[in-house]
Design a binder for this molecule. Structure first.
Ligand code: MSP
Length: 529
């Protein structure tokens, strides 16, 4: 087990406002970071903005502002969104910051001097009015510019290339030696069969057709082209190649640190093929793990403004709260698979799991402790009978499973394990019928044991869900009197710690949503109303 964790999201393009897909990746990464910290590990969590490139330069021109002004404004929105979603990142890197682009220049020089980068010619489809190069797929069979729709011509420009051939064999060996590097496993096969086996082209790492980028010191007509600029953010943010490289040594180079990149399936190729190659060329340690999550679709089609199906996270959080949105994102789609966002499933998920299962367990339990024990949770008396004993066993099994799953980034399954405990605890109320136990003077011990077990389930479920339900878990703890040392993760291993605590009934954790009204609200929001 490693001592430390370095965990990153992709750095997002500030070409437009972020949508729920970006929130998805960042929230899931945040859940993992919070979980690791909660377990006592040192965890450094990085996110940021990928601010260079032709598209941003053009968008800025259209908006009548400089590219820097343009990105500054959009990046303000990134910070606002991450605050709203309680994202606990330790740093936020912008590729326009000096700490980044200066190092990118040095990296370029180093690779050039080592013979990993050479000057060649880039050939592609060029649209003269738009001054843009496009790929075969982008221009389609009719060879039309995807931006203005006019015909494009084959053109060439001078460009620098990274020699991939030098590193292919080492990369394949690295995959073999590190079977956990790329998960889910299917992604590795996809990389090998789709990109590596058919023959990998050298990667173009500079452009002269636009200027919004990091100028190459050796030849300033060129700017560093996207991926060499973007991917290196993961090490420039830690101070690589500077006097102050403590974080870099501690979180990147040190074998005791586990480095994990979380990213969407759309950018796997760059992270799984070129990024390890760049690091090999620089003589640096490779990441331990890349976890590729699926893309969220809208009723099976990609989110896009023109289709009117983009979900904006802001109104969702404003209306349903940060916990509901975080929970939905983490629980609905198995982390690693593609999935759909649907207003119907959102409402259902919140009602079933949070309002009914968790919320009801809390309400019923607090009411009963108030009614039968004047609000004070009775003492723990060990295994009174099998029904109680089974719940106690299940609690221990749940903790164990949850930890294994979370450690392996199986976040959705880990939450499902907690749900199971919550559901079984609700069922336990129906089975033990505390209202009948209360009528029988010979069953006092049983009734006390039921209250203790229920509060213990709530305590454990609240702790295990804390990385996800960043505000509701604390509200749950207030109602069952959890404070002080009991808020340390390790305390959940000792059964019966809720004995003697004072419960207090407060507002419902998650009010039940009215399906018809809320589905209409979300749909209207997606259509931009
Ligand atoms: N700037 C590059 C990444 C450079 S990383 C060194 C980029 N930016 S992006 O803004 O397009 O963000 C891509 C990432 O956003 C995806 O990899 C994914 O994590 C997330 N998502 C964007 N749309 C998404 C969905 N519809 N669903 C899930 N995640 C999505 O690519």
């Amino acid at each position: 087990m490693k001592k430390r964790f370095y965990i990153t999201t992709p750095i997002y393009y500030p070409s437009a406002r972020l949508h729920i897909g970006h929130a998805y990746c960042t929230v899931l990464t945040d859940i993992f970071a919070r979980y690791k910290r909660f377990r006592g590990f040192e965890c450094y969590f990085l996110t940021g903005a990928d601010e260079h490139g032709e598209k941003i330069q053009k968008n800025a021109e259209k908006a009548g502002v400089s590219p820097q002004e343009f990105v500054d404004e959009i990046v303000k929105g990134f910070h606002k969104l991450w605050d709203l979603l309680y994202i606990s990142n330790n740093d936020f890197i912008r590729t326009t910051e000096e700490r980044h682009w200066k190092t990118v220049q040095d990296i370029f020089t180093k690779l050039y001097n080592n013979g990993d980068i050479y000057l060649g010619k880039y050939k592609g489809w060029y649209c003269t009015p738009c001054e843009s190069f496009w790929t075969d797929t982008q221009v389609g069979p009719d060879h039309l510019c995807p931006e203005c729709g006019r015909p494009v011509q084959v053109a060439e420009e001078e460009a620098y290339f990274f020699k991939t051939s030098k590193y292919v064999d080492r990369l394949l060996k690295f995959y073999d030696d590190n079977p956990n590097f790329l998960t889910p496993e299917s992604r590795k096969n996809e990389m090998i069969n789709t990109f590596i086996k058919p023959g990998l082209d050298d990667l173009c790492v500079s452009r002269t057709s636009f200027s919004w980028g990091v100028p190459i010191k050796e030849n300033p007509r060129h700017v560093v082209y996207v991926w060499l600029d973007a991917l290196t953010n993961y090490i420039t943010a830690l101070g690589y190649n500077t006097e102050n490289d403590e974080l870099f040594q501690k979180f990147w180079q040190d074998e005791e640190s586990e480095t994990i990149h979380i990213l969407g399936a759309d950018i796997t190729r760059f992270h799984a093929i070129y990024w390890p190659m760049f690091l090999m060329a620089l003589g640096l340690r490779l990441p331990d793990r890349e976890f590729i999550h699926g893309l969220l679709m809208m009723k099976d089609s990609k989110m896009s403004k023109s289709k009117g199906n983009v979900v904006d996270p802001y109104p969702m959080v404003e209306r349903y709260g940060v916990d509901a949105l975080r929970y939905y994102l983490a629980r609905e789609v198995n982390f690693g698979n593609d999935g759909n966002f649907s207003p119907e499933q959102f409402v259902e998920r919140i009602n079933v799991d949070l309002a009914n299962a968790l919320g009801n367990l809390l309400n019923r339990t607090v009411s009963m402790v108030n009614k039968y024990y004047d609000g004070v949770i009775p003492a723990y008396t060990g295994r009174v009978n099998d029904v109680d004993g089974n719940l106690e066993d299940l609690t221990k099994i749940t903790i164990n499973n949850y930890e294994k799953l979370m450690d392996d980034l199986k976040i959705t399954e880990a939450i499902a394990a907690v749900n199971e405990l919550v559901n079984k605890s609700n069922k336990y109320i129906d089975e033990t019928e505390p209202w009948n136990l209360a009528k029988d003077p010979n069953k006092k011990e049983n009734l006390a044991s039921v209250m203790l077990h229920l509060t213990n389930s709530l305590y454990v479920a609240g702790m295990l869900l804390k990385p996800i339900l960043v505000t509701a878990s604390d509200k749950l703890f207030e109602q069952i009197g959890i404070s002080g040392d009991l808020l340390n993760y390790e305390s959940i291993y000792n059964y019966g710690k809720t004995a003697g605590l004072k419960v207090e009934k407060k507002d419902q954790l998650f009010p039940r949503l009215d399906g018809a009204i809320e589905i209409e609200f979300i749909q209207a929001m997606m259509n931009g109303k």
